[in-house]
Ligand binder design. Structure first.
Ligand code: PLP
Length: 449
């Protein structure tokens, strides 16, 4: 029997990424408030938010300074936009701050409201750039199987997950997917991580040559694959990939929507994984998830090309009403101020060994094949047979059951493609809360067996 609120939900709401058929029976988990790393449902039951919402609430749930930053900006100037040269001080200050923080040469910042829009913007800018340079045939985008880049038509075309393509008539032509760098699942018997990385780089090179390098504009990758399974790349992966991209003048887009702002114990995940991209997409933890904001870094050669296009076309024809919303920019500025003052990134690096040790211990569990991560992110692969790495029948929904048992234990974690379970708590999680998280996850795994 669904509660009144749950019944009203079922009658009125369409939920993203939800089985709409089973949702009618199970109803929603309705959350009411949050405090620290905990969220509480309408019965007052607490849960450790082991996913930081959707990989975003870096500073936890009750940060009064962020609330006050939003309130103050709302009271002062709740809305203005950046169209037609209009501006506002939190936007200017945030762009300056991000320029300082970006680990890639950055001339300007372009704001969006979400990660999908940021990646959509990256595709359009890659096309615009090559048109400006007089090479209109250089337009193809290479992403990776199991990569996740969002849901707009272009970003979903880059996403490498079946559920984002089946019956959506995607990907669009001109979007290709190269292999997923998941050593545990896809390496050949006895293949080292380095050899696997090199094989994947060779496959990417073969794809570029097959397509014709003069037709390939960009390659996009997350530092750690998020929605594809919380997959940490194998040793040497980005070094090998970058060598290929450099040979064929293929622009490298780092999708830092999850890993940006501290997740891997560095400001950007790519810094921990040896990535040297041309541009970065960011969102989520920039505002600790309190309000929507995303964006991309624009390097000098791209900016010069954009300037030329404006001279030629009369305007830069891209942007949305809420890109660079002043309230979101004010909250982002406060988030970064707190990150700096409280040493949040160094704090993640200090807590990571404990988190990763508890994660790695789960690999001893009879149904866990792999438990691997970096910083405060980790992925588990649930298997029917550890020796052969055989997966359960997908219809059995074993990882989904584990996630449901975790919820029963007072822990929110996420089930992802291919019987994977992700853990990605707020960055402010305390060591004893890390222990509580893994204790609850262990009990959920015991019940799943
Ligand atoms: N890129 C990555 C790596 C993501 O994880 C996500 C969302 O989870 C997106 C892009 C899309 O962001 P949004 O949901 O804000 O559109």
């Amino acid at each position: 029997m669904l509660s009144n609120l749950a019944a009203r939900d079922v009658e009125t709401l369409i939920h993203p990424y939800t089985n709409l058929a089973t949702h009618r029976e199970t109803g929603p988990l309705v959350l009411e408030r949050g405090e620290g790393v905990f969220v509480f449902d309408t019965d007052g039951r607490p849960y450790i938010e082991g996913m930081a919402g959707l990989w975003c609430t870096a500073l936890g749930y009750s940060n009064g300074e962020l609330v006050e930053a939003a309130r103050a900006q709302m009271a002062r100037l709740p809305f203005t936009h950046l169209f037609s040269g209009r501006s506002h001080d939190p936007g200017i200050e945030l762009a300056e701050t991000l320029k300082e923080l970006m680990p890639v040469p950055t001339s300007k910042i372009f704001f969006t409201s979400s990660g999908s829009e940021a990646n959509d913007t990256q595709v359009k800018l890659a096309w615009y750039f090559n048109n400006a340079l007089g090479r209109p045939e250089k337009k193809k985008i290479i992403a990776r199987q199991r990569g996740y880049h969002g849901v707009t038509v272009a970003s979903a075309s880059m996403t490498g997950l079946a559920g984002n393509h089946a019956d959506w008539d995607l990907p669009l032509p001109g979007f290709l997917h190269t292999a997923c760098p998941h050593h545990y699942r896809y390496a050949e018997a006895g293949e080292t991580e380095e050899a696997f990385s090199q094989r994947l780089a060779d496959e990417l090179e073969a794809m570029i040559l097959r397509e014709g390098p003069e037709t390939v504009a960009a390659f996009i990758a997350e530092p750690v694959m998020g929605a594809g399974g919380a997959i940490t790349p194998p040793a040497g992966y980005f070094a090998a990939i970058q060598a290929v991209l450099a040979r064929y003048d293929v622009r490298f887009i780092a999708d830092e929507v999850i890993c940006g702002f501290g997740r891997c114990g560095t400001w950007f995940g790519g810094q921990a994984l040896g990535m040297r991209p041309d541009t970065i997409s960011f969102a989520k933890a920039l505002t600790s998830g309190y309000v929507p904001l995303g964006g991309v870094s624009v390097d000098e050669p791209l900016y010069e090309a954009m300037l030329d296009q404006s001279r030629k076309l009369g305007s830069f024809g891209h942007g949305t009403t809420y890109s660079g919303h002043p309230v979101a920019c004010a909250v982002a500025l406060k988030t970064i101020e707190i990150f700096r003052r409280e040493g949040i990134v160094a704090g993640v690096a200090a807590k990571a060994p404990h988190f990763q040790a508890r994660l790695a211990k789960l690999a001893e569990h009879p149904i866990v094949g792999e438990a691997r991560g970096i910083g405060l992110i980790g992925g588990l692969e649930i298997v029917a047979d550890k020796a052969s790495r055989r997966q359960y029948d997908p219809k059995a929904g074993v990882a989904a059951r584990c996630v449901a048992f975790a919820q029963g234990e007072g822990l929110i974690v996420r089930f992802l493609a291919g019987d994977r379970v992700a853990v990605c708590p707020p960055l402010v999680i305390a060591p004893d809360e890390i222990d509580a998280l893994f204790d609850r996850l262990t009990r959920a795994l015991d019940r799943t067996r």
